[in-house]
Design a protein around this ligand. Structure first.
Ligand SMILES: [Cu+2]
Length: 115
């Protein structure tokens, strides 16, 4: 194998590795939010655009719900039974109130960084 071929392979590998790393740390992080004690935990998040937020109903016997009703971004999970989960992908920059239609006091604020 000629040295130039080896160098080419090494750069290819490096590119693949850094590409994977960029995706994991910047591209689309996955975040976890719990619905527990009739509250979102945590109740505020700052995420990059494209972030995937998983929300789990961890309240033993309470039905919850997740919705967003902003002019430029809406979401509705439907009823979330105890132990079930939903995923919200934040593709729009801005600050959004994530609410539960069953418990009006439950609120999660998500700030989506547009960069
Ligand atoms: Cu609720």
């Amino acid at each position: 194998m000629r040295p130039s071929t080896i160098a080419c392979l090494a750069f290819g590998l490096l590119g693949a590795m850094s590409g994977g790393l960029a995706w994991a740390t910047v591209g689309a992080p996955s975040l976890h939010v719990s619905q527990k004690g009739r509250a979102f935990q945590p109740n505020a998040l700052m995420v990059p655009r494209g972030a995937n937020v998983e929300i789990v109903n961890d309240d033993g016997d309470l039905l919850h719900h997740v919705y967003i009703d902003a002019p430029d971004f809406t979401f509705d999970s439907g009823d979330l039974r105890p132990g079930s989960r939903t995923q919200v992908v934040f593709n729009v920059a801005g600050t959004f109130a994530v609410l539960c239609g069953i418990h009006p006091k439950m609120k999660l604020t998500v700030r989506v960084d547009g960069r």
